[in-house]
Write a protein that binds this ligand. Structure first.
Ligand SMILES: NC(=O)c1ccc[n+]([C@@H]2O[C@H](COP(=O)([O-])OP(=O)(O)OC[C@H]3O[C@@H](n4cnc5c(N)ncnc54)[C@H](O)[C@@H]3O)[C@@H](O)[C@H]2O)c1
Length: 341
């Protein structure tokens, strides 16, 4: 298949594109390049040709001859969404719905959208499954729910959207992000020897390795259309619903010189356990290859190999919010996050 992957210069995009190329797909990337500055290590010898284009300026011609779109280019977490919520709605909601509309018009038959388990927000009681009500708590999560709501009705005999509600990712990537929980705790453990949590670590957070997300996308593209047509899949593994304190203990067990302590506040109120039964039973070939212990070990190996410094860990190269703030403050991006030159 000819696959257009948006966000190929992102944390997940630079894992997904090589995975699809290895599977035999012809991949073209698209990315506006907000995080070019962040490049932790050389990852793959397979990188797709990437259009240097803002998602909001794509045309139907950019999709000519494309069989499938994997859409990952968005402002990618809650703090970014809070930086300028109205821009988040323009990029993540408006830009994504517009892309799906263009793709359908161009005759693209598969559209894989990177949604998030954060659409479940705060959920008490039983594990949330795909049919559970969504309860998004932030502009970022609300945009994910809105894209699902607006793209699902576009499904027809020629256009099959699939919505992947990914758990919070972890693991090594050349375009590393240190603003997600397991990666952040590993970086703290390596660079400071200490994880001092202000919260009690009780909230639940499902995790999934970036390479398992890439595998899910590969499996969706390979699946018969009727299995994935207009379907929502939680992406992860029911065994990988962790409490934050469990994630911290896992990191401390791998980074053995690290001191770990907890506070007593509730902290971040997002807490949900997710049921991942549907993806493992319905999507042919999918199961997670990684867990938090293996992910922490992988990061320990990478940090050791590249001699990760605290400047790299705390710098703007690998923390999305800091990099966007820098680009805005220095006038390189305007208020709508378009490049000024
Ligand atoms: N990492 C996670 O834990 C996680 C979990 C669930 C869902 N997701 C979703 O997966 C997708 C990829 O996440 P990621 O962690 O790789 O994010 P990322 O921030 O590392 O990468 C996003 C990429 O998209 C590009 N981009 C952003 N806005 C753009 C625009 N307007 N036009 C063109 N390119 C643009 C950026 O330059 C960046 O390279 C996002 O949609 C994110 O919401 C991520």
């Amino acid at each position: 298949m000819k696959v257009l992957v948006t966000g190929t210069e992102g944390y997940l995009g630079c894992l997904v594109a090589p995975e699809l190329m290895r599977a035999g797909h012809e991949v073209v990337g698209l990315d506006t390049g907000y995080y070019k500055y962040g490049w932790l290590y050389r990852g793959s010898d397979r990188n797709p040709y990437t259009l240097d284009r803002d998602l909001r300026r794509m045309t139907v011609n950019d999709l000519s001859g494309v069989d499938a779109v994997v859409h990952m280019a968005e402002l990618s977490n809650d703090p970014l969404g809070a930086l300028a919520p109205e821009v988040t709605y323009k990029v993540n909601h408006g830009g994504s719905v517009r892309l799906a509309t263009l793709a359908r018009r161009a005759g693209v038959s598969r559209f894989i959208y990177m949604s998030s388990c954060s659409v479940y927000g705060v959920a008490e009681g039983a594990d949330v499954a795909e049919a559970s009500p969504v309860n998004p708590q932030t502009p970022y999560a609300r945009c994910k729910a809105l894209v699902e709501r607006d793209v699902a009705p576009m499904a027809d005999d020629d256009f099959s959207p699939t919505f992947l509600r990914n758990a919070t990712a972890y693991g090594a990537s050349p375009r590393m992000r240190f603003d997600i929980v397991l990666n952040n705790l590993c970086g703290l453990a390596w660079t400071t020897g200490e994880i001092a949590m202000t919260s009690d670590g009780t909230p639940w957070r499902p995790l999934v390795h970036g390479l398992d997300i890439a595998k899910a996308i590969r499996c969706v593209l390979a699946a018969p259309r009727d299995i994935v047509h207009n379907q929502v899949f939680n992406v992860g593994d029911s065994a990988q619903n962790y409490q934050i304190k469990e994630i911290a203990n896992t990191v401390a067990s791998v980074f053995t010189d690290c001191q770990l302590s907890f506070g007593d506040s509730g902290g971040d109120n997002r807490s949900y356990r997710v049921d991942f039964e549907k993806i493992s039973s319905c999507l042919p070939g999918f199961s997670c290859d990684w867990d938090a212990v293996a992910g922490a070990q992988q990061l320990h190996d990478v940090f050791s190999r590249i001699r990760l410094t605290s400047e790299t860990f705390t710098g703007r190269g690998h923390t999305r919010l800091k990099q966007l703030q820098y680009l805005i403050e220095t006038g390189q991006l305007d208020a709508d996050l378009f490049w000024t030159y």
